[in-house]
Ligand binder design. Structure first.
Ligand SMILES: Cc1cc2nc3c(=O)[nH]c(=O)nc-3n(C[C@H](O)[C@H](O)[C@H](O)COP(=O)(O)OP(=O)(O)OC[C@H]3O[C@@H](n4cnc5c(N)ncnc54)[C@H](O)[C@@H]3O)c2cc1C
Length: 522
């Protein structure tokens, strides 16, 4: 993973000259921004030696505090995170990175950190885009990143029930490869697939591109093992239970603030026999939305179902490997089908009829296949945009179908108002019977104060989302970026309940302080 950007450095691709020209002309993007500071030139604050005591829990080789390792565990991968790190700001570097081998060692680290008042940031793939890895270290004897990469095995596989127990530090491609050897798949493909981990997916309620077919990650979770400063929570004795509130739900989305997920027992599916992705064109986003809703409510549901608005279709962002190659008018929808041949054929035929009845025009396999080929490429594009002085960031929400059009329009208008001379694009990529998510991408000039401009715009969008009846986040999570909006979502009493849970599981408050749960006031 690039320390100052996304992914595999060998896959970095500069923007075509035509796109750079367009950015300069339309958005006023200035030439030649300062190049990123080099890794060797960065100096994080001197590490606090107090954290060395953790060597007693994991062994001295697994408490690492060289500059590069600490810098690589500083913050996540939102655009503000990248701009800060590219500018050489390593002020939030942890004092050390601790790499436990197993659940018992995680428990020992948490127990010791509680005693020594050392803050612990659970660290999976480091792909958070909501400030979930930036704990508030004030008042603590130090901050450590608890990197779970050594927990990287499948420890159980129940072929009868179709569940598999995956350790938390398994990155998604490795998890899929191990499951594929057994003839199974999770089917979880977020855009951060190449780097994100099983524990991170559960801790953030991640949602992948094939959510229409395989479900969100939280729907895949049958059980969890969680290490807390008070001991172990083992959850999920049966697929469903009436034994009170489901505590699995309390851990899903807890973002490292309640405990460290050390393994997840996930519902897995047999590897699909066939996969097929196709493109459709709709004259307008409204017509495309009606078609997508019909499929979500009355079926049949494709495995992948996404609809780009007019701007995203025109720019070609739905197919990032071909960015900038004019797509004409209308809105591109991608429908993908995975499964047994007969099932794919039946769902495809049924969906075809529904999409056609709603004014869709079939475009054949090419747009679908090119979307599938470029499905993990957009984050590389973001780095290229940053390199030429553009600012590109995403945000997401969800709402019931009845509020969705107003919600989409309100966010679009707010972004355009707050960030004049910007491109605002939107797509639907996760659908439910009662509603859908909206995912926005904005591209604008960095200007003199990109972080300040974005902070301002993001605050205004947050107001717009709440006012229009959307959620503050559909799948990115709360982190520190959305934390102060949590009361808008669940009310002050709801926040108080979460605070009480945290107090009970983590009495010393060492787990990801400042993330998810707003501090008590007064
Ligand atoms: C380019 C890009 C594209 C993305 N696309 C998607 C997408 O399509 N869908 C989507 O849902 N998200 C997406 N994300 C967001 C992010 O990838 C997800 O939130 C992902 O689930 C985080 O996993 P991770 O392993 O990287 O966790 P991290 O970023 O390491 O951690 C995320 C949070 O969870 C906590 N945490 C991590 N592991 C554990 C654990 N084992 N136990 C307890 N707490 C833990 C951390 O402390 C942090 O608060 C994207 C991010 C980027 C940068």
């Amino acid at each position: 993973m690039r320390w100052d950007g996304w992914g595999d450095p060998d896959r970095a691709t500069p923007l075509p000259a035509s796109v750079v020209g367009l950015l300069r002309e339309l958005l006023g993007v200035r030439a030649d921004p300062a190049p990123p500071v080099r890794l060797e030139e960065m100096t994080p604050p001197a590490p606090n030696p107090a954290v060395r005591v953790l060597a007693e829990t994991v062994g001295p080789d697994w408490v690492v505090s060289d500059d590069e390792t600490r810098i690589r565990h500083t913050r996540g991968k939102s655009t503000p995170d990248l701009l800060r790190i590219r500018a050489g700001d390593a002020s939030a570097a942890p004092d050390a990175v601790v790499l436990p081998a197993d659940h018992e060692q995680v428990l020992a680290v948490l127990e010791r950190c509680s005693r020594e008042r050392v803050a612990v940031v659970p660290f999976g793939g480091g792909t958070s885009v909501v400030g979930g890895l930036t704990a508030a270290g004030e008042g603590f004897a130090g901050v450590v990143a608890l990197d779970l990469r050594r927990l990287d095995r499948i420890t159980a596989h129940d072929t009868v029930s179709r569940t598999a127990t995956l350790q938390a530090g398994l990155r998604a491609p490795r998890a899929e490869a191990l499951l594929a050897e057994r003839g199974f798949t999770l089917g979880h493909y977020p855009q951060s697939y190449e780097w994100a981990t099983i524990g991170g997916f559960a801790a953030t309620r991640s949602s992948g591109q094939a959510s229409a077919g395989y479900g969100r990650f939280d729907e895949m979770v049958a059980g969890l093992t969680v290490a807390t400063p008070r001991g172990t929570l083992t959850l999920g004795r049966a697929p469903r239970s009436a034994a009170g509130p489901d505590l699995r739900e309390l851990v899903l989305g807890s973002e490292g603030a309640f405990g460290v997920i050390t393994d997840v027992t996930a519902r897995v599916c047999p590897l699909p026999e066939t996969r097929r992705y196709e493109g459709w064109r709709f004259p307008t986003f409204a017509e495309g939305t009606a078609a997508v809703r019909a499929l979500a409510q009355d079926g049949p549901l494709p495995t992948v179902l996404r609809l780009s608005d007019e701007t995203e279709t025109m720019i070609g962002l739905a197919r990032p490997d071909e960015i900038g190659e004019g797509r004409g008018d209308g809105c591109l929808a991608v429908c993908g089908y995975e499964g047994h041949r007969e099932d794919v054929a039946a769902r495809r035929a049924g969906a075809h009829a529904v999409l056609t009845a709603h004014g869709g025009e079939p475009l054949g396999d090419a747009p679908g296949e090119s979307w599938a080929a470029g499905r993990f490429s957009a984050p590389y594009l973001r780095d290229a945009l940053l390199d030429v002085g553009a600012f590109a960031e995403t945000l997401e929400t969800a709402g019931f179908w009845s509020v969705l059009p107003r919600l989409a329009e309100s966010v679009r208008q707010t972004l355009s108002r707050e960030l004049p001379s910007s491109l605002v694009m939107c797509h639907i990529s996760h659908v439910y019977r009662d509603g859908a998510s909206l995912y926005f991408t904005v591209v604008t000039a960095q200007g003199d104060d990109p972080l300040g401009r974005w902070r301002h715009a993001k605050a205004a969008v947050g107001d717009a989302i709440i006012e229009a009846g959307g959620t503050i986040t559909h799948h990115h999570g709360v982190g520190t970026d959305h934390r102060d909006r949590l009361a808008d979502e669940i009310g002050p009493l709801g926040v108080d309940v979460l605070r009480a849970v945290k107090d009970r599981l983590d009495p010393a408050g060492i787990l990801n302080p400042g993330v998810l749960v707003p501090p008590a006031t007064g």
